[in-house]
Design a protein around this ligand. Structure first.
Ligand SMILES: [Mg+2]
Length: 592
């Protein structure tokens, strides 16, 4: 009940309040008059009985004295009761008043943490003691409410898993810090993102992922000062706020400490898990001058750190924002690119290293932007993956590549021409993939054995039942499976035996080393032999020099592709190549 309600009640029942006071007055007045009368009537006959002469006892002056004595005793009694009972009532009233004030202000602000309720010590079993007990039980009820409000408040501002403050709390804190900045107090925000939480969830289950997050958050708290705030913003995102002089340099030191601490592997059950972190740092000074909120700026810097190779710290610069705006624009345009027929496929020949004959093509996606020209897939494929556009785009690639392959399949001088199509992890995980491949084959009429689906090793890092099932379904369609960029991803080779893979494509980074060092040569030799012993076809990617081709030929690597033979060709040029017999003469070895 609030004060306003109390006074409203009083206004509504003014007579009741008057009666309570007047009743005490009249009760006491009647009591005193009655006591005086009793003394005046009873005392004269009583003193006569004790032997006082009647003439004296019945004199008016004696009677008056008795009457006054009765009044005086009554008055003293009144004063005594008022002193003793009133004192106790004052204690009760004081407690009631402070409890009312606490409840009123807590109800108004919604913050019950500061509300103080002191119970009364009940040391008598009379009516006042009972009133005290009633007051105490009222406080018990209010405290229950206080606890509930506190719990709800805590839940609203904390992450349940880690117990750390959450995004809402952090946003409030940063807003306060940005206010303090106007008063000359600097601050800094670190934005952290776990690079591979999804893979951990996939391989160790969500409980494993939760344990990892808890352990990592403990390490984070260990890397900062008591005055800094660590918050979990969402599944794999954290933020740290530092306020105070020097916080900008301090934040950089904290970030480096974090990178070192979080790099150490975490033990979860039987497994040792390594996690990477990308960290963005934004300082109040840079943000104030560029007009971007600190959390947003730190987030943009984190994104830059992530796209720049992960596991790094990036300090926010206004250019990050410009890059983001551009990326947003590209993302917007990309969704229309497919309908506007701006996407096209280029075909890079896959060549028999010994005979130099074309055995097939790898279809590579390009975006011919009306203003920006040809946009590299490195720039737009990550955006297509991020937005899910990779699924319709990938479907189009499958259809176009199979259509083209069906048209060319009998033009190869060496028999039938193969076509390779890249499928990204995100596209592979989409439920429509197998259906899309089947449809593309059916529509084009291409013999399934001429289609090679290129997947990457990162698919095996998420070794789920679903991956196994889909790979088998694809094999059931009759298509070939190639492992692209071999050697750059997942570290375990056990999947080579477990999955029905037909082709290994050795990544360009290995081929680059084949002629420059003995170790580089040994690595490529080992991969080629591994392929041979597992009866896999091996394709060397990124062949750029004649020496590399020679080296691969001497290692008995059957197939290769790269600028040494040809860059990816538009369909018309690919046809011309096929018309020349699909053989690269030495004059043709210069890249176009
Ligand atoms: Mg490829």
């Amino acid at each position: 009940m609030t004060t306003t309600e109390t006074s409203a009640d009083t206004r509504r029942h003014p007579r009741r309040a008057f009666r309570l006071t007047s009743r005490v007055f009249w009760d006491m007045a009647i009591y005193m008059v009655a006591l005086g009368l009793v003394m005046g009537l009873i005392f004269p006959p009583f003193v006569v009985l004790l032997g006082v002469p009647e003439t004296f006892a019945y004199r008016s002056i004696f009677r008056l004295a008795c009457l006054l004595a009765g009044f005086s005793v009554g008055a003293m009694n009144y004063a005594l009761v008022k002193g003793v009972v009133g004192g106790r009532m004052e204690v009760l009233g004081g407690h009631l008043r402070s409890a009312t004030e606490s409840i009123t202000s807590a109800t108004r602000t919604g913050d019950w943490s500061a509300a103080l309720f002191e119970r009364i010590t009940v040391d008598s079993h009379d009516q006042i003691g009972e009133a005290g007990s009633a007051f105490n039980s009222l406080l018990g009820a209010v405290e229950g409410r206080k606890e509930l409000e506190e719990r709800l408040r805590y839940q609203a501002f904390h992450d349940q898993l880690t117990g750390l403050p959450n995004r809402a709390y952090m946003i409030d804190k940063i807003a306060e810090a940005e206010q303090l900045r106007h008063e000359g107090m600097p601050s800094a925000v670190l934005f952290l993102d776990v690079d591979n939480l999804k893979a951990v969830n996939d391989s160790l289950g969500h409980d494993g992922g939760d344990t990892l997050i808890k352990l990592l958050s403990e390490r984070m708290v260990g890397c900062v000062r008591d005055t800094d705030t660590v918050a979990r913003l969402s599944g794999d995102e954290f933020a740290i706020l530092l306020i105070g002089p020097g916080s900008e340099h301090q934040a950089e030191r904290v970030a480096l400490r974090l990178i070192n601490s979080l790099r150490a592997p975490t033990k979860i059950g039987e497994h040792l898990v390594r996690t990477g972190f990308s960290i963005g740092l934004a300082t109040s000074a840079t943000c104030a001058s560029s007009g971007i909120g600190m959390l947003r700026a730190a987030d943009l810097a984190m994104y830059a750190a992530k796209s720049g190779g992960k596991g790094r710290l990036e300090v926010f610069q206004p250019s990050h924002h410009t890059a983001h705006v551009e990326r947003d624009a590209v993302r917007g345009e990309l969704s229309g690119a497919l309908d506007a027929e701006q996407l096209e496929l280029h075909y890079q020949p896959i060549v028999d290293v010994c005979s130099r004959q074309v055995v097939g093509f790898e279809a590579l996606l390009r975006w011919r932007h009306p203003e920006r020209g040809l946009i590299s897939p490195l720039e737009f494929i990550p955006l297509a993956e991020e937005t899910g556009l990779i699924v319709p785009i990938g479907r189009w690639v499958l259809q176009e590549a199979t259509r083209q392959a069906a048209e060319w399949q009998n033009r190869s001088p060496r028999g039938r021409l193969r076509m390779s199509v890249n499928v990204s992890v995100r596209q592979f995980q989409h439920p429509d993939l197998v259906g899309d491949v089947a449809e593309a084959l059916q529509r084009s009429g291409l013999d399934a054995s001429l289609l090679t689906v290129e997947i990457t090793e990162s698919l095996f890092a998420q070794d789920t039942e679903e991956t196994v099932r889909k790979i088998r379904l694809l094999k059931d369609l009759g298509v070939r499976l190639a492992l692209d960029d071999f050697g750059t991803g997942y570290s375990s080779l056990s999947y080579l035996r477990r999955f029905p893979i037909d082709t290994l494509k050795i990544d360009k980074s290995f081929i680059d080393g084949v002629t420059t060092s003995a170790e580089g040569h040994a690595v490529v030799a080992a991969i080629t032999q591994l392929g041979q012993s597992l009866h896999l076809e091996v394709v060397a990617e990124g062949l750029e020099t004649a020496e590399q081709v020679e080296a691969l030929a001497s290692l008995e690597c059957p197939l290769g592709q790269g600028y040494h033979f040809s860059r990816p060709l538009v369909a018309g040029d690919a046809v011309k190549l096929l018309l020349t017999g699909g053989r690269f003469s030495s004059e043709m070895l210069v890249p176009a």
